[in-house]
Design a protein around this ligand. Structure first.
Ligand SMILES: O=P(O)(O)OC[C@H]1O[C@H](O[C@H]2O[C@H](CO)[C@@H](O)[C@H](O)[C@H]2O)[C@H](O)[C@@H](O)[C@@H]1O
Ligand SMILES: O=c1ccn([C@@H]2O[C@H](COP(=O)(O)OP(=O)(O)O)[C@@H](O)[C@H]2O)c(=O)[nH]1
Length: 725
């Protein structure tokens, strides 16, 4: 079993100093409680900050030894790091920005500098502990540069990254001056996980638009590495909340909570003090409710628990004052001698108090303006396992709303909607409360925190196997040797080479990919050898191939097999006609008119619509729109539609690179065949070649070729090696 190496900003244990003494207690917040519930049988180490400034080396050593027993490794942050990296870049830049509070985003180079250095500090603490077969998990927005730093030290180790907060829309993310560095940091990981599909697609969109990485159903290739981006909604330790192992009656404060709840309907509200949680909005909504429904005065109370958090960040201090004031206003306005409408606590609760609150709460009012997941919502539902009684009102802006559809889902900005939901919850029948809770509980039981971790773990291992497969698919030194030795002894050799993406790199302007001197020399020398027949089998038109390569002693297939040049002249595939062009052309012209930047390429017996320099998503939308029209037309006209890399090409049916390849296969007993190509039109070549041929796919995509090479420069090196024989 590989070990799990977890790195998060905060350890699940926080240290507090009281009267000069150090105290250890569990950290608040979803990440710590969630990850701490993981299967303890898995060997793991956890590296992170213990939440307290400790400068004395002797004291640091004592803490290190204490934590070691729990498999925890502390990273000590200095006061300056805490204020610039944690309170600064993490909580004044990324946190507000990723939660769409862009008015709070602080742009400060000093913070950014500190963020980089602190990520380096976590890397320095982690790297010496990593073993090559470990599974490394980096967590959250404080450590977005860390995956790439670990990758640099361990090119092969498997790294997972999970973001616990939302990943914002590309339009918001792009505003950050450090967007590219942040993305590249995360892309150092092999598997990247998010709570919801929306966060995932925002990330993929940013990776494409900012760093140029295209994806295929969440899989993308960075350099030589396959990356998996996916959704892994985090669950809770269901049983811990459903069947709490505590004696509720023996606990004084739990008893008091029960007393408070007696004879009234209790609405509970539990969050860290954070502007993302929408606490002031919630209070204003409750005020609205009390105004609209006076009949509920003295019958309903809001028990609001606000857990202190990030107290040194300005907005959090301001928020505290705002909340204090709002609570005062409501209580002053509506309170009576025997009823306090808002019971407000600014502190954290111990587990038994928290459970009592969950169990006593008739309604949980959870209305964050944005929230990565929100585990409180899930914990509330689980704690109703026995009673099956309670109503969850949940913001649609919390990641959890994607799973808890049977809650009363509200828009946190729609105060009237929430007032209605509170009323609906109060009058809801017992039957409805039960079925809503039961449905949600079923989900939470299955998709618990262990399931979350196990799925992430399983997918990361599956990915490792896939990556391994790709590595083995890549031609090894030994196989290269076999290829060379076969080449050496053969007297009749066929070298069938694609052009774009194989011999030359890809470019937005197809005419800008003229062969360079090195390529011309290479082809010239290969073709000069008497035993060799070099064929460039390309989708390009014959005029371009003629102009660029026509002077070389090589043969050609152009336009995906429409034209062939074996001797001096170009010959056409006899089954072709181009009468159909006048019907297709207007369809493509309409595409160009509506899509600036796209263009039509007309070849002798085919027409192509290129969208390589426009937004890929827009291009694909256009292709989808026109696919039906094209299919209808092409069916009547016996044509085929080839969807290539940012291009749709229409031509006569039954003509492709493979058919053209047949022209070289028939009649010659080749003793050595090598075919190299990069896109799916080259698969037609690989298909028709005999098993003895060496077929090589350029890139990491799936292929029926025997081997793969990463890119154009590796193709050229192989050809040079062959030439040296
Ligand atoms: O460490 P702090 O600065 O005190 O903040 C506490 C944690 O808050 C954030 O929690 C997020 O993760 C939860 C679990 O995935 C999720 O339910 C919630 O919506 C998120 O806000 C933060 O991501 C953690 O790093 C902090 O430790
Ligand atoms: O006094 C408290 C109140 C809450 N929590 C825990 O803090 C976590 C809050 O996680 P959530 O995902 O709701 O929000 P976050 O604070 O991570 O943004 C939950 O597991 C709560 O059980 C806690 O430990 N002590």
């Amino acid at each position: 079993m590989p070990r799990l190496v977890i790195i998060s900003n905060r350890l699940p244990i926080t240290i507090n100093r009281k009267d000069g003494e150090l105290h250890y207690h569990p950290s608040a917040g979803g990440l710590a409680t969630g990850l701490n519930s993981l299967d303890q049988s898995l060997e793991r180490i956890w590296i992170g900050w213990p939440g307290q400034e400790v400068n004395d080396p002797e004291e640091q050593e004592v803490i290190r030894q204490d934590l070691l027993e729990e498999g925890l490794v502390p990273v000590f942050l200095t006061q300056q790091e805490i204020s610039l990296y944690y309170e600064g870049f993490s909580n004044k830049t990324i946190w507000p920005h990723f939660h769409y509070f862009t008015q709070y985003t602080t742009y400060n180079d000093e913070y950014w500098e500190a963020y980089q250095q602190a990520n380096r500090k976590f890397a320095d603490a982690t790297i010496p502990l990593i073993r090559p077969d470990d599974l490394v998990w980096v967590h959250d927005y404080q450590l977005m540069l860390l995956p790439a730093m670990i990758r640099q030290a361990f090119p092969k180790v498997s790294i997972g990254f999970f973001l616990h907060i939302p990943f914002p829309s590309y339009e918001v993310f792009r505003v950050l001056p450090w967007r590219k560095e942040i993305l590249e940091g995360v892309l150092g990981a092999d598997q990247i996980g998010f709570h919801t599909f929306n966060y995932m697609r925002h990330f993929l969109s940013a990776s494409y638009r900012i760093a140029g990485f295209e994806h295929n159903f969440g899989k993308l290739t960075v350099g030589n590495r396959l990356i998996n981006v996916d959704v892994f909604p985090m669950g809770i330790d269901y049983d811990k909340y459903a069947f709490p192992e505590i004696n509720l009656n023996g606990d004084d404060s739990s008893f008091s909570i029960k007393q408070l709840a007696k004879g009234k309907k209790l609405i509970i509200s539990i969050d860290r003090l954070d502007y993302t949680k929408g606490i002031p909005n919630r209070l204003l909504t409750f005020e609205k409710f009390l105004k609209k429904y006076p009949e509920y005065h003295r019958k309903v109370s809001l028990m609001m628990l606000v857990v202190p958090s990030r107290a040194n960040v300005d907005q959090y201090q301001e928020l505290k004052e705002q909340v204090d004031k709002l609570v005062g206003n409501i209580n002053g306005q509506f309170g009576t001698f025997d009823w306090t409408p808002v019971q407000y606590f600014y502190r954290s609760l111990n587990f038994s108090e928290l459970i009592t609150l969950y169990q006593e709460g008739d309604i949980a009012l959870i209305t964050p303006l944005r929230d990565g997941m929100n585990l409180v919502a899930k914990e509330y539902v689980a704690s109703k396992e026995k009673s099956k009684d309670g109503v969850l009102i949940l913001s649609e802006m919390a990641g959890a709303s994607n799973e808890l559809m049977d809650a009363l889902i509200v828009n946190p900005q729609d105060a009237n909607g929430i007032v209605d939901a509170i009323h609906q919850a109060l009058v809801m029948t017992e039957h409805e409360r039960r079925w809503r809770l039961t449905n949600m509980q079923e989900k939470l039981k299955k998709y618990n925190v262990r399931h979350w971790a196990a799925t992430f773990f399983k997918e990361q291992k599956k990915l490792m196997e896939k990556q391994q497969d790709q590595q083995t698919h890549q031609i090894s030194a030994e196989e290269r040797e076999q290829l060379i030795s076969k080449y050496r002894t053969a007297n009749k050799r066929l070298l069938m080479l694609d052009y774009d993406g194989t011999l030359m790199g890809f470019h937005n302007d197809p005419q800008a990919v003229q062969p360079d001197g090195e390529l011309l020399d290479l082809l010239q020398q290969l073709a000069e050898k008497e035993e060799n027949q070099v064929v460039v089998n390309s989708g390009r038109d014959r005029h371009t191939l003629q102009e660029w390569l026509g002077h070389l002693p090589i043969q050609f297939a152009a336009e995906h097999g429409v034209w062939v040049k074996k001797d001096k002249d170009w010959e056409i595939n006899s089954s072709l006609n181009n009468k159909w062009k006048k019907e297709i052309r207007p369809v493509l012209e309409n595409l160009v008119e509506r899509t600036p930047g796209s263009f039509i390429e007309e070849k002798d017996y085919s027409v192509a619509w290129h969208y390589r320099s426009i937004d890929r998503d827009l291009g694909e939308k256009r292709v989808r729109e026109f696919r039906d029209v094209l299919l209808y037309l092409t069916h009547n006209l016996d044509l085929q539609v080839l969807e290539g890399n940012k291009v749709v090409e229409i031509k006569n049916a039954g003509v492709n690179k493979g058919k053209a390849t047949d022209l070289w296969l028939n009649g010659t007993d080749w003793e050595f065949i090598l075919a190299i190509g990069d896109d799916h039109t080259d698969e037609d070549i690989f298909k028709v070649l005999p098993d003895s041929a060496f077929t090589i796919k350029v890139g990491l995509d799936r292929s029926i070729a025997n081997y793969s090479l990463p890119g154009v420069s590796e193709v050229r090196s192989l050809l040079k090696e062959i030439l040296a024989q």
